[in-house]
Design a protein around this ligand. Sequence first.
Ligand SMILES: C[S@@+](CC[C@H](N)C(=O)[O-])C[C@H]1O[C@@H](n2cnc3c(N)ncnc32)[C@H](O)[C@@H]1O
Length: 235
Amino acid sequence: MSPEIPTYKTNMMDVTQPRNAGMDWHEQALDLTRGIAAYVNCPLVAGLARVITKHPNADIANAFNHKQVACKMWALDRLFESCGGRFGRIWVLGGWYGVLPAMLFNDARFDIAAVDSIDIDPEVAPVARTLNREAGDRFRALTADMYALDYAAERPDLMVNTSCEHIADLRAWLALLPRGTTVLLQSNDYFSEPTHINCVASLAAFEAMAALREVRFSGELPTKNYTRFMLIGTV
Ligand SMILES: C[S@@+](CC[C@H](N)C(=O)[O-])C[C@H]1O[C@@H](n2cnc3c(N)ncnc32)[C@H](O)[C@@H]1O
């Protein structure tokens, strides 16, 4: 004789009125992110929860969407392979909400003294500081135009610019860097995005535009809507 299968009575109110019916997406995202941070014991995810709480208007879901994260994981993997994991100071130009520094600090392969995230938009620095709070004084978020910085004064070990599609003249920016500076650059062929003012059609076009003296890595990462290109080398 087959075991009796229990039956459950379902109140239609349970189906049509879930517990979260009155909560907005923001409250739910905060609950979920806090839960994930506790479960994985991850400072980066705890930082995302802080950003959701303190900066409800920040576009953090866009900055940390799965495509952005995949592109930055790719950057970290290839950087480690090409240059190792020990750095003094790193500058991230066009650093937005400081996601890349947070991923660097959270990655056990890397031993980094300090990361500065520099962006022309004054609204992003407070968010980047909130995200990277646990890095303490190893992290700074600065508001500046990357074309107006004195790159010879501080001479960081590495310049990261994953926002090359957002700046008008990549060559003019690279010309500001002292000869021999190590750079990690990303761009893409996502021409239809209105904020992208300087996309490239191919990896060869990106290589030609950057004209690095030495190339340690050159590659592309196809995603659903566009291909991302990356160069690691020296100017
Ligand atoms: C949308 S975000 C970053 C996108 C990129 N895919 C990424 O995640 O690295 C581009 C950033 O570049 C910044 N930016 C644009 N021109 C800049 C400049 N001249 N100096 C510094 N930051 C700049 C913008 O303010 C923006 O925060």
